[in-house]
Design a protein around this ligand. Structure first.
Ligand code: SF4
Length: 353
């Protein structure tokens, strides 16, 4: 590990001065309401600020407080999350809202232990909530901050390995000031999002350039080191794009289990050596489909597997042969706004054809 090349106390004043000049004006920066801060932090996990803003505003108008969110059916929360992706966040959000209502009487806890005990709230998210909502000295290490610290200290190797993780948290702790931890958290997140970007960081505009080891060594483009990805299995699936009078058949997946509560076209998993066309024909027969034809295929990677999704399109003539339950016939406009999971979202392009 490189030695700390500057006193930790040198960093916060530089970042805070920079933030005062160019910090972004974001909707969740106009409130200290822990509910709003928590919501924004969960939405910002794995999603950019630009994408989050309209969702944040719509979500708040639909679920304006933790009590409303906790009382809502999970299906409506998942549907409100449609398009943001990483839907486990929506399920955790709902579960955490219920915990806040049941265990804390609707008042958000502020201690690190209590916050990290809520579903979906990790150490960094808890640090952000503590700093921004409660004005306490919360320490954060999200993706943006991780990249800044890796470059600032020129940390080699996979920054997600346990040793690097421990070191990064130590540096994050050391650099976080006792005063204005809220502004500091926003500042270092902004630096990672706007200046110390994944590619082409604008080091000449960076307030930390004089201290940055990666910049001094000309290695800012090669750090953080790329992560090595494990090989994951590919699953072959067949899905039917069924149309009846301008409406399309979709089914909601069971709430428990993988991709729980998300929508998809009628689908089945098939053996790798099976013939997708005959499987599609057999599946189509159960829906009373006529005019079945291949529509295309989609490749999509989930976290632990990839999907090779073969699509077949057909018309359903007899409504009565299709069981309802957690299924709907929806027009193309509603279809595009549904919380379809990744591969099936990509399949939408075959609907327009
Ligand atoms: S000098 Fe460049 S690499 Fe270093 S922290 Fe600033 S933007 Fe990132």
């Amino acid at each position: 590990m490189p030695a700390n090349p500057f006193p930790p106390s040198a960093i916060a004043p530089l970042l805070l001065a920079w933030y005062g000049q160019v910090g972004r004006d974001l909707p969740w920066r106009h409130t200290r309401d822990p509910y709003c801060i928590w919501l924004s932090e969960i939405m910002l996990q794995q999603t950019t600020v630009t994408a989050v803003i309209p969702y944040y505003q719509r979500f708040l108008s639909r679920f304006p407080d933790v009590a409303t969110l906790a009382a809502a059916p999970i299906e409506t929360v998942i549907d409100a999350w449609a398009g943001l992706g990483y839907y486990s966040r929506a399920r955790n959000l709902h579960a955490a809202a219920q915990r806040v209502m049941n265990e804390y009487g609707g008042t958000f806890p502020s201690s690190l232990d209590e916050l990290t005990d809520l579903p979906g709230v990790g150490r960094s998210t808890a640090g952000a909530i503590r700093a921004i909502a409660f004005g306490q000295r919360g320490v954060i290490l999200d993706g943006n901050v991780r990249r800044v610290l890796v470059r600032l200290f020129a940390l080699d190797g996979d920054p997600r390995n346990p040793t690097a993780e421990k070191q990064l948290w130590m540096w994050a702790e050391e650099l976080t000031p006792a005063e204005r931890a809220d502004d500091y958290a926003q500042a270092i997140m902004d630096l990672g999002a706007t200046c110390c970007t994944p590619t082409k960081p604008t080091c000449l505009l960076c307030p930390l350039a004089l201290h940055c080891q990666a910049f001094a060594q000309g290695r800012q483009a090669e750090l953080p080191a790329k992560r090595t990805h494990k090989a994951v299995p590919t699953v072959l699936q067949v899905a039917l794009l069924l149309e009846r009078d301008g409406s399309w058949r979709v089914e909601r997946r069971p709430l428990s289990g993988m991709l729980g509560g998300l929508w998809e076209f009628p689908t089945c998993v098939v053996a790798a050596d099976a013939d997708p066309a005959s499987i599609a024909a057999a599946l189509a027969a159960t829906y009373g489909v006529s005019d079945l034809r291949a529509a295309g295929h989609v490749a999509h990677a989930y976290s632990h597997f990839k999907v090779d999704l073969r699509l077949y399109r057909g018309r359903v003539e007899e409504w009565g042969r299709v069981a309802e339950g957690e299924a709907e016939w929806v027009d193309a406009e509603i279809l595009r706004s549904l919380a379809l999971h990744g591969a099936h979202k990509k399949a939408l392009k075959f609907i327009a054809a």
